[in-house]
Design a protein around this ligand. Structure first.
Ligand code: DON
Length: 570
């Protein structure tokens, strides 16, 4: 009897069925579970606002708009109405659309906008202040999503955000620290200093943060409709802000701004269908190109976190990002060979030069500013509703708190997305990216992005929806979470939690996370010729939702790298 039980126990342990006697059926780390719908976002209050919309019968698009506006209140470093982004929508009938509401260069912008007379990049010209701002797309994008794919009224989905702005919410530890860490940026602009730094007194953890100017702007948008942002009183406040301070954005720029509905970029990885963001984001195509290169290798056999797997990932990232630098830009201005880049035959030829024994040095190492050690910020959220409609949305002000400029009288921050353009070929941007001609500045053009809101299908059904902030690391964060799920069989939460690495071709350095790389693995990689950034850094904030096969339960995972993040369902 005893030996029989022992035998069963050993069998269970050996096959991984029994992970702990008390939780024999639970997959650990366990994601959140909900029957009807789920919201995973960078802020638990915003996720909860989304769940309230779900409970009132709103669909995933209604929720996505409400959550995006709520994040503009709770997460001012990245949530926004003064920025832009990308929303990937898949309706329950299987139709998908990629909504591009990326910022556009103002009409007065020129190719050499950020260069001095000698042709050198003017430090901070594209990152700080009024000249750094692209024409915001968020309000137009949300309005378009709601009108085409939502079910609720604009004013009703704006209401949770308006209330949060008017009544306020307790400042989290992370927000208090984040605001302080950007004091040198925000204090350059009196309106930003007043609102976000309390005129230098600073918000403390637990203190209530009210934003009456923003609440009034949201109320006006409720009453006058979203076009107010582009041609009404809000537009005028924005243009006055520009005129007082040498910014380029005019009323014509705002009036002309339109979001663009695009065909998503598609690929396949080990039988899973990948649906993601096309240009002007590089995210989807580079993700698919890299997955295609990896498909020829047995990653499960190479082992999770092993030096062989990391070597392969770095080599694949290096090649994917070299293509990003050369080929990508706004498709309205340059021809981006997306089909060729995402084809399996291209990936096969690209992967041929990978040597499993040695790092291939990145071909050109140009001198540049070192990567700045400041918190970059973007934010991603994912929504699945009861019908199976799904939204995966990434939007941003670019770096944390964008240009630092708050529109006087309107209470919202403006982006510094102009820095995503190539200010000068060969000179790195805020993310250290060396970019090419295809991404040069031109009036009305949209800067190249790495944002990668993504959906993965298995046998025609949603397998996972996900995305992340993190500039260029976004593409690699999304890819590694997918590999963790598909190749390594992790739970959703485990896949999100697992350590990440990053390589972006240039600079030729591997980035890794604190405690994320065993010393002997690093030594094995160095022996092959890989070089590492001096300090490890955390990467990304993946917000992901799956539908559990069999039960249809919504499984959600927020990233533990963001203490304010929250997954909520019902
Ligand atoms: O579009 C892009 O690729 C960048 N503006 C994203 C910035 C970002 O993710 C900052 N986040 N942490």
């Amino acid at each position: 009897m005893k030996s029989c039980c022992m035998y069963l126990l050993l069998l269970g342990l050996g096959t991984g069925l029994i992970r702990s006697p008390a939780r024999s059926q639970v997959e650990i780390p366990a994601p959140a579970r909900a029957r009807h719908g789920m919201v995973a976002s960078a802020n638990a209050l915003a996720s909860q606002a989304g769940v309230e919309i779900l409970k009132r019968g709103g669909n995933a698009v209604d929720v996505a708009v409400a959550v995006g506006l709520a994040l503009a209140v709770t997460t001012p470093e990245a949530g926004n109405i003064g920025g832009g982004g990308f929303m990937l929508i898949r309706m329950a009938d299987g139709n998908s659309v990629a909504l591009d509401y990326r910022e556009a260069a103002p009409r007065k912008a020129t190719r050499t906008l950020y260069l001095d007379r000698a042709g050198n990049v003017i430090p901070q010209a594209s990152t700080v202040g009024h000249l750094a701002v692209g024409v915001p797309g968020t309000v137009a994008g949300f309005a378009r999503a709601l009108e085409r794919y939502g079910t609720m009224r604009w004013r009703d989905v704006v209401e949770p955000a308006r209330k949060l702005a008017e009544k306020g919410f307790p400042v989290s530890h992370a927000l208090a620290l984040g605001l302080r860490s950007r004091e040198s940026l925000l204090s350059q602009f009196p309106e930003s200093r007043r609102i976000f730094l309390k005129n230098g007194l600073h918000y403390r953890e637990g203190e209530i943060f009210r934003q009456p100017d923003l609440a009034r702007t949201l109320k006006r948008l409720q009453q006058k409709g979203p076009r107010d942002f582009y041609e009404g009183a809000t537009a005028r406040l924005l243009v006055e802000e520009m005129e007082r301070n040498g910014g380029l954005i005019t009323l014509e720029d705002l009036k002309a701004y339109r979001p663009v509905e695009r065909e998503p970029v598609r690929g396949e990885y080990r039988g899973y269908k990948i649906i993601s963001m096309p240009p002007p984001s590089s995210g989807g195509a580079v993700l698919i190109e890299m997955l295609n290169m990896l498909e020829g290798y047995d990653l499960a056999a190479l082992g999770h976190n092993s030096s062989k797997t990391y070597h392969l990932l770095i080599e694949v990232m290096r090649r994917g990002f070299a293509d990003r630098a050369e080929h990508f830009g706004d498709p309205a201005f340059v021809r981006v060979p997306v089909n060729a880049l995402t084809s399996e035959s291209y990936a096969r030829s690209r992967a041929q030069s990978i040597d499993m024994k040695r790092a291939t040095p990145s071909t050109e190492v140009k001198p540049g500013r070192p990567m700045r050690d400041e918190p970059p910020q973007t934010t991603h959220y994912t929504v699945v509703d009861a019908k199976g409609n799904v939204v995966s949305n990434t939007y941003t002000l670019n770096t944390a708190y964008g240009s630092g400029v708050t529109v006087r009288g309107a209470g919202f921050l403006l982006n510094n997305e102009m820095d995503d353009f190539t200010a000068k070929p060969g000179s790195p941007n805020a993310f250290g990216l060396i970019q090419g001609e295809a991404n040069a500045i031109a009036p009305g053009k949209r800067p190249l992005s790495s944002m990668t809101p993504t959906l993965v299908l298995k046998e025609g059904k949603l397998f996972v929806a996900l995305g992340s902030p993190g500039g260029p690391t976004i593409i690699n964060s999304v890819m590694q979470v997918l590999l963790n799920l598909i190749d390594h069989g992790m739970t959703l939460q485990g896949a999100v939690n697992a350590p990440r690495i990053h390589h972006q071709w240039l600079p030729d350095r591997v980035r890794h996370e604190p405690y994320g790389l065993a010393r002997d693995v690093r030594e094995a990689l160095e022996a092959k010729g890989h070089r590492f950034e001096a300090e490890p850094r955390w990467m990304g904030d993946v917000e992901a939702i799956m539908i559990e096969p069999g039960t249809g339960m919504r499984l959600g995972a927020s990233d533990p790298r963001n203490p304010d993040a929250g997954v909520r369902g019902y």
